[in-house]
Design a protein around this ligand. Structure first.
Ligand SMILES: [Zn+2]
Length: 446
């Protein structure tokens, strides 16, 4: 059974946009991408959905999420990074059983609503796995591991391996497990290395928050400062005398298997080394801006050949899971930082949210573009009555106009997982189910 989706604009990513284009899908695979008339003529028995004044493109890759924090929007806003972190940690125990699951389910649905087909999640509780699977998302759920300089690295890795084993039956072809050494300040060097080794052993990706804030640099180099103070009750931080990227480089951990989230606080040499090592970087510009952490050197990383992806991080820092808003922030902040209007183009940003994300998560050749043979992960963005319609440049139009409200449908592996016209009640129910969690985190103050 072949299904054809036609739209005024098809943005394949990696190939030229097509005006009046169509994509044919069969058995979860893209079988044709081209001008509408040709695709229809080649598939005479196909069911056809004409999306009209819309752009059809690869479903987006939100390469760094925390689905489990879907109801944390705005918590700690305006606090310095270390205080924000402490506020975040303090709210967690106020939740009741089921709260994490309700938030993860909401987060997964909000990703689909934003046109996201693939996520790279960092998961504290492991609830993201079931939520992503249930929603029909694709992606990797990286279980977070923590351990200070006094922890036994082998024991931390063994405990995380046990959690991976327990969750493994719930992993599927679409949603895989990974390992997240949380950060260089919450996973001491030996613990960090043991967790990356565990990921490598199991053929999994690893994901870590790295070089996010100035406070992190101080914590990792000197073992002091606001982060060390904020985490004092939980862990000691040992002075390494090094920048987090230098530390990872010296330990032989920089490379394609370790996804670096944030990478804000890099000098030019560090950006070059990250690029040369092939270490993927997930840029989270709204989180970084709102927490006062800075603006990652995206242009320098791109010029260094880094694999660049984009992520919302969690609503706790970015406010929501709107990857379109994230893309616009990436473009705005890169241009503001460099003082150049060409510091990051619309097409480059869309590439980060598609092919770049796919490469970062080890899914290159499976998703991230519209081409025959790739898995059928698609999003259709309604451009009717947008300020960019009639469309001059479709990449600029979707970048500027894209929003969860304009996503008409999201298809993952050939299966329709979200349709705007049919899913309003489902969304409202998920929001209502997560609301008590948010209420408890606001009201149950110690
Ligand atoms: Zn994060």
């Amino acid at each position: 059974m072949t299904q054809v989706y036609a739209a005024d604009h098809v943005l394949p990513v990696g190939a030229e946009p097509i005006r009046g284009g169509a994509v044919a899908v069969a058995d979860g695979v893209i079988v044709a991408v081209g001008p509408r008339d040709r695709v229809l003529a080649d598939h005479p028995g196909a069911t056809v959905e004409d999306l009209g004044a819309a752009a059809l493109m690869p479903a987006l890759v939100n390469a760094h999420t925390h689905l489990e924090y879907a109801a944390y929007g705005g918590f700690g806003d305006g606090l310095p990074f270390a205080d924000w972190l402490a506020d975040h940690i303090a709210r967690r125990p106020r939740q009741a059983p089921g709260d994490v699951e309700a938030q993860a389910a909401l987060g997964a649905l909000l990703c689909l609503q934003s046109g996201v087909g693939t996520i790279g999640d960092a998961s504290y509780a492991g609830a993201s796995l079931a939520a992503a699977t249930e929603a029909g998302l694709r992606g990797t759920v990286h279980l977070e591991g923590f351990g200070g300089p006094d922890a036994d690295p082998a024991a931390v890795a063994a405990a995380l391996a046990g959690r991976l084993d327990a969750l493994a039956p719930a992993a599927t072809g679409l949603v895989r497990l990974g390992v997240s050494p949380h950060s260089p300040y919450t996973a001491a060097p030996a613990v960090f290395a043991a967790l990356v080794a565990l990921a490598r052993e199991r053929g999994m990706t690893a994901m870590a928050h790295v070089a996010e804030s100035v406070a992190e640099l101080e914590a990792v180099a000197d073992g002091t400062g606001p982060i060390a103070d904020a985490l004092a009750a939980l862990t000691r931080i040992e002075a390494t005398g090094r920048h987090p990227v230098d530390l990872l480089d010296a330990a032989g951990l920089l490379g394609p298997g370790l996804v670096l989230v944030h990478a804000v606080q890099l000098d030019a040499g560090q950006a070059r080394r990250v690029g040369a090592a092939g270490a993927p970087v997930v840029h989270c510009p709204r989180s970084n801006a709102l927490l006062g952490c800075g603006i990652a050197p995206v242009r320098a990383l791109a010029d260094a050949g880094a694999v660049l992806a984009i992520g919302t991080d969690s609503p706790a820092s970015a406010g929501d899971f709107d990857l379109w808003a994230e893309l616009r922030a990436a473009v705005q902040l890169a241009r503001a930082r460099e003082g150049r209007a060409d510091a990051l183009t619309a097409a480059e940003a869309l590439r980060m949210a598609t092919l770049g994300g796919a490469r970062a998560l080890g899914l290159e050749g499976a998703v991230g573009a519209l081409a025959p043979g790739l898995r059928a992960d698609l999003v259709a963005v309604d451009l009717a009555d947008a300020a960019f319609d009639p469309v001059e440049d479709p990449a600029v139009a979707v970048l500027m106009a894209g929003s969860p409200e304009r996503v008409l449908l999201t298809i993952v592996d050939g299966v329709l997982r979200y349709r705007r016209s049919a899913d309003a009640q489902r969304l409202a129910a998920a929001i209502a189910a997560a609301e008590p969690a948010r209420r408890r985190m606001i009201e149950d103050r110690d």
